[in-house]
Design a protein around this ligand. Sequence first.
Ligand code: CTP
Length: 408
Amino acid sequence: MQGKHILLGVTGGIAAYKSADLVRRLRERGAEVQVAMTPAAREFVGPITFQALSGRPVRIDLWDSAAEAAMGHIELARWAELVLIAPASADFLARLAGGKADDLLSTLCLATEAPIAVAPAMNRIMWGNAATAANVALLRQRGVHVLGPAEGAQACGEVGEGRMLEPQDLADRLAELLPRDGPLRGRRVLITAGPTRERIDPVRFISNRSSGKMGFAVAQAAREAGAEVVLVSGPVALPTPHGVRRVDVESAQAMLEAVQREIAQANIFISTAAVADYRPASPAEQKIKKTSDRLHLDMERTVDVLATVAARPERPFVVGFAAETESVEQNARGKLLNKNLDMIAANEVGHTKGFDCEDNHLVVLWRNARQDLGSGPKLALARELVRLIAESYTASLTGARHLDTVRA
Ligand code: CTP
């Protein structure tokens, strides 16, 4: 965190006293911390405390002409490399979700391009309220990182979910969110992962055995390599890697739409998802009854997400995966050419291989070259793969075309 600019927003909640300690933790790690408080936060902790700990005057009022003359609020929004709101009250979350700019802190959040994280802190019933849940879901969808809350005893005497994370924990998580050094620093990587579900009727679907583990490992590895990572995931039971923005989808169509929303910003697209190739042509509105001995489902093709991205006029660097049960390399090479990809990672799947296991075996193919990454844990393979992607992508920018021509 050495020298990193962190804007700490403190809103009105009893957990504000913990934020004073948080300032110390961040400063210990070398960060520069600028505190901005809402007027309500001042009712809990005085600005002098934050000023003494951060070494900078605290900003509270949008209309403070002396502070604005020193560093205007737009300048301050640009200064921030990361914004953390801790504690984030239910009211502030609602205002952030509503795009309000009626006080200094909400204006800063609207005016910054830095990643925003919130550490909610409130009574457990307020946290469980449908309005708060909807606001938090919307914020997550927009890429806000939601840290916590934790469970435990609350200041109001109740026990439950809603406590702010401890300062040490928050500082650790923040370190994960800061822009990182690495071969993909400053690059945006969009990744799809997991299976999709195609609806048969309101209670049934068709899916596949993909666990999402390989795609989540690739997302973690890309983040470790310094990239800003967006992970579009089908239904899986995996935690989101730290610092990665995740968008959850169900069907192939929803995955396509989510990818289309994000693709213009992506430098690299990695398609690890096991997208359904077919879906029921007309899903039943009501649960299908077992009235006959046989049931025939009429299926139609889904759109190929990867091929759609690769066919864009302004396309990113495109990496596919090939899941094969036979003639692995030959089939993968066919997909590399037919879908017009820059690279493809081939793996054998089925029975005890590839899908839903901890280990994998990957062979990476370019148009004129191949590299066998061997077998191993998915994260180790993902790191190797990301190293190759970064090399190949960089070579493509410097006019060396892709690594295939360099190697060939
Ligand atoms: N893919 C996709 N959208 C689809 C189908 C596949 O984006 N509707 C992507 C996968 O994420 C993968 C690549 O295409 O990166 C190859 O997927 P795979 O399932 O191996 O092959 P398919 O193209 O579906 O062809 P087949 O099932 O005939 O092998």
